[in-house]
Ligand binder design. Structure first.
Ligand SMILES: *Cc1c(COP(=O)(O)O)cnc(C)c1O
Length: 334
């Protein structure tokens, strides 16, 4: 019996590649997990997460997906792409979460892709009200049901079964099967489904490396509480996982400033360092803030020289050009 139906979008194992020039520059053995290559429409970590939500939607014979996120959310854009491939409609709700009025932020990148992919876009005026955003989505789902559709809501707030985390419980096994000797893994910690899923999957398999979640939305104190909650919810959801002790939760928030969806100097410097040494592009909202942790923690000695380090590239590239006003200013090219 399949306990959790999946929609079939999990990619073949994404590559783990060595970053030779940055390894030399930082004095560590640095690798990247290319989950930016996972799935269609610019890919990213949401493909593995959505595989479980869309699997549930298919099992329940739903025809309309409702999902909420920030204006430049990769989650909603990936949902629109995968739902299109399943012949389902998508209603995406965009929350005013980032205090940016820039025209490109509001209309380019993921917003334009949602439109191209055929999603209906609705707006939610708050950005820090996860329960309210979910309630608005559920209200809309009821309207759809009354009109004869079969809606499936993908909720955002804590307290819902963390189905998406199962994608990263499985990805932990994929990583171990590819290369198991990492001392240190750096990954984004936003909703926490990726971070907690990896932690849980690694722990269940006895992986000894340390996993550090880099904050993209909340500070380290708040994010630690959130990750504990998501870990407990994963444990409640599936007996295939083991209890993860709180000592294994490591959080770094040194590149969070100035806040969610905004680029500060640490994130910008991570983008130029990665681009100019390895030709690999990071996104300003998530992966720049994750990669920034590695030089910072090597500098502070928390990552010892010579360590084997894995940077998990979770994608996000669809938002790159939506941030071009900031990026041009920081590059000094405008
Ligand atoms: C959503 C997202 C994250 C954060 O993942 P969570 O599971 O929400 O913590 C990281 N990177 C990218 C590119 C994302 O879109």
């Amino acid at each position: 019996m399949v306990e959790f139906p999946q929609a079939g979008f999990v990619p073949n194992p994404t590559p783990i590649e060595r970053l030779d020039r940055l390894s030399d520059a930082l004095g560590v053995d640095l690798w990247v997990k290319r989950d930016d290559l996972a799935g269609p429409s610019f890919g990213g970590n949401k493909t593995r997460q959505l595989d479980f939500y869309l699997g549930a939607a298919l099992a329940q014979e739903c025809d309309t997906i409702l999902i909420t996120g920030a204006v430049q959310s990769n989650f909603v854009r990936t949902a629109a792409a995968l739902a299109a491939k399943l012949g389902m409609r998508t209603i995406v709700q965009l929350e005013a979460r980032v205090p940016v009025q820039d025209e490109l932020y509001q209309s380019s990148g993921n917003v334009l892709l949602n439109q191209l992919l055929g999603a209906e876009v609705i707006l939610y005026p708050e950005g820090e009200d996860e329960a309210g955003a979910d309630a608005a989505l559920r209200a809309r789902a009821e309207e759809e049901r009354a009109k004869g559709s079969r809606p499936y809501v993908i909720p955002l707030a804590l307290g819902n079964p963390p189905l998406g985390a199962l994608g990263y419980v499985d990805a932990a096994k994929e990583i171990i099967d590819q290369k198991s000797d990492f001392d240190f893994v750096a990954v984004a910690s936003g909703s926490g489904l990726t971070h907690a899923g990896l932690l849980s999957g690694f722990h269940a398999r006895g992986f000894a490396g340390r996993v550090v979640g880099s904050c993209v939305r909340r500070d380290a104190v708040q994010q630690r509480v959130r990750i504990r909650t998501v870990l407990d919810d994963i444990e409640a959801l599936t007996p295939a996982t083991k209890h993860v002790p709180s000592e294994l939760i490591s959080i770094w928030d040194g590149a969070l400033d100035p806040g969610y969806g905004q680029i500060g100097p640490a994130a910008f410097s991570a983008m130029t360092m990665m681009g100019q040494n390895e030709g690999l592009v990071l996104d300003p909202v998530y992966t720049a803030k994750v990669f920034a942790a590695i030089p910072a923690l090597v500098g502070s000695g928390e990552i010892a020289k010579g360590s084997r380090v894995l940077f998990v590239h979770t994608g996000g590239l669809a938002s790159f050009f939506a941030y071009q006003t900031d990026l041009k200013r920081m590059l000094g090219v405008d």
